[in-house]
Design a protein around this ligand. Structure first.
Ligand code: ATP
Ligand code: MG
Ligand code: MG
Ligand code: MG
Length: 566
């Protein structure tokens, strides 16, 4: 492409409202513009990158799945059938058409695909089958931020597989796990697959794929030497016994009335499938003025005040104190003492140290601490903020050390089981001629988020440094002294045609701008290879080449040039 034909919308200044580097650079490079909160227009340069990401995803998905395209607008009846019309909450945008019929803007497509499958699939012989699409989603995020990283409208690749049984699901799931590795490798990302919690949704297998970046909103725990990797919720299962200091500090005493998270959720009347991490440390005073303290992690996005003190007492045997002073002596912040007792909500960042102090003090005082365990973990565990607790612990498999890093969730695969197929009555005929409910898996990739995540990992003070596979252009050619040197222009044109013919995605920077302006634009938009064509080079039979990560330019002849561009 000729740069004179491309909308160069580069900005010199960093936009004030962009917090993270990818958002800043996507605005500065002229890839996106904001329309309204959480809504972005993709400019031509951005679309080039987006299309390359989508093309790689499609190529890999086409090896084992079939592409479909489902409507963004979905009748709410389907969501009522699945039970999610109520359960999904305010992220689901609802509206009515001119006939007053209720619809939603799809945040995901389990309902629609299951509706399709129950009509189209008749027999076990058609299974397993895997459908995918690349489609716009809408989620009315409570806090849209970081540009396209957490927007309200975004593009997802979502796939849904249908199976005769769990074994078949597991096989396809493993295949998708491998496909995701192939995709993210081709996208040039530094990523990790981590075990994820399946919550109450059913099924027993889930992995998230995280791009490692400090700006990530998630914490992931992984071993330096083995394959162990888990997201923060899942990693709670490894707290116990993973670090000598923490094990001591978080010494947990088993009590007969410790509950599973499902039991706790039922008692507290909260939804355990939500994934927002809220750590609540709360004290309660009983009638004769003794203070009790219990700690638990709630995974739901619930108002702390919704949970009544007496409910907390039911879920764990409380630690009792003679007075408020005794509570404070354990290093806890003073909380408010109301009719229901002492309430100490603690933000997650500080929670671990508060808990560690609390437990250490409690153990010193010879008190018992009760924790709540997760469903999958038979042992009674005091659940604490994993980030501070397990960082630098040996890995639970004994190999390597646990590191906690920040991750951006770019993909998520999930063994759904029969949650949707059962609710929507999606059955096919079995070998015995009897209908049975199919088993499902789902597999998502945030296509627009991947673009931002790639930038979070690849930038410097001059701008973006694209992995070659998704760069808007692979090579830029700059003719030197364009206005006065027809020789340089002709040689640049010749090289342009030659590289295009060789299959490179080339930008010929024929703009009427000074070389300095062109160079800084090309660095900002992140073109991996830059070639300058000058009279001096033509005479010497060389081109001036500079890789986007190189400190200095160097002179290369044509043959060597073609080698470095590969
Ligand atoms: P998050 O935890 O970041 O809110 P999620 O777990 O809600 O994401 P999934 O339902 O697993 O998201 O959707 C699959 C993928 O879609 C995610 O892994 C992510 O890459 C992408 N995605 C989800 N929400 C957004 C969003 N608001 N903006 C951009 N991409 C998103
Ligand atoms: Mg979400
Ligand atoms: Mg998530
Ligand atoms: Mg997810």
């Amino acid at each position: 492409m000729r740069a004179s034909r491309l909308l160069f919308a580069t900005l010199r200044e960093t936009p004030g409202d962009a917090e993270v580097i990818s958002h800043q650079l996507m605005l500065r490079a002229g890839m996106i513009r904001k329309l309204a909160t959480g809504l972005y227009t993709w400019l031509p340069l951005g679309v080039r990158v987006l299309n390359k990401v989508a093309a790689i995803i499609r190529e890999e998905m086409n090896k084992s799945a079939m592409e479909v395209l489902m409507p963004v607008t979905q009748p709410i009846e389907l969501w009522e059938e699945s039970g999610r019309a109520q359960a999904y909450g305010p992220e689901l945008l609802r509206f009515r058409d001119r006939h007053d019929r209720p619809f939603v803007l799809g945040p995901t497509h389990e309902e629609v695909i299951t509706d399709l499958a129950r009509q189209e699939l008749k027999s076990y012989k058609q299974l397993p089958v895997n459908f995918y699409q690349v489609q716009t989603k809408f989620r009315d995020e409570i806090r849209p931020r970081f540009g396209v990283m957490r927007s309200r409208e975004f593009i997802m690749k979502d796939a849904y597989s249908f199976h005769a049984n769990q074994a078949s699901l597991e096989e396809t799931y493993q295949g998708m796990y491998d496909t995701y590795h192939a995709i993210f490798n081709r996208l040039g990302l530094n990523f990790r697959a981590v075990q994820a919690d399946t919550g109450s949704i059913g099924g027993n297998g889930s992995h998230e794929f995280h791009v490692l970046a400090d700006s990530g909103e998630d914490d992931i725990a992984f071993s330096t030497e083995s394959d162990f990797a888990a997201n923060v919720e899942m990693a709670e299962a490894v707290v116990k016994g993973t670090r000598p200091a923490a094990t001591q500090a978080l010494q947990v005493v088993e009590t007969p009335n410790a509950k599973t998270i499902a039991e706790v959720a039922a008692l507290l009347n909260v939804d355990p499938s939500q994934t927002v991490k809220t750590l609540l440390v709360r004290g309660v005073a009983d009638e004769d003025g003794k203070y009790s303290l219990v700690a638990l992690v709630l995974r739901g996005d619930h108002e702390l005040n919704d949970i009544k003190a007496e409910k907390l007492e039911q879920v764990a045997a409380p630690l009792t104190f003679a007075s408020e002073d005794e509570v404070k002596a354990l290093g806890l912040e003073a909380g408010s003492i109301g009719p229901q007792g002492l309430s100490i909500p603690v933000i997650v960042d500080r929670a671990a140290s508060v808990l560690a102090d609390f437990v250490a003090g409690a153990n010193q005082a010879g008190k018992h601490v009760t924790g709540l365990n997760w469903e999958r973990d038979a042992q009674i565990t005091l659940v604490a903020d994993i980030r501070n607790v397990v960082n630098g612990d040996p890995s639970p498999d004994g190999k390597g050390i646990i590191n906690i890093k920040r991750g951006i969730e770019v993909g998520h695969i999930f063994q759904l089981g029969q949650k949707y197929s059962e609710a929507l009555n999606c059955k096919v005929l079995g070998e015995d001629g009897k209908p049975f409910v199919v088993t499902m898996g789902c597999y998502g990739i945030g296509v627009t988020r991947v673009v931002a995540a790639a930038i979070e990992q690849n930038f410097d003070d001059k701008g973006i440094i694209w992995p070659q596979s998704i760069a808007p252009f692979e090579v830029a050619i700059v003719p030197m002294n364009q206005a006065k040197s027809p020789r340089a222009v002709a040689a640049a044109e010749e090289l342009y045609s030659e590289l295009l013919a060789a299959g490179f995605d080339v930008l010929l920077d024929d703009r009427n701008e000074r070389p300095g302006v062109k160079f800084s634009d090309l660095e900002l938009i992140g073109v991996p290879h830059r070639i300058v064509v000058s009279e001096r080079g033509i005479d010497a039979g060389t081109f001036e080449y500079k890789g986007r990560r190189d400190a200095e330019a160097r002179e290369l002849n044509k043959a060597d040039l073609l080698v470095v561009l590969k």
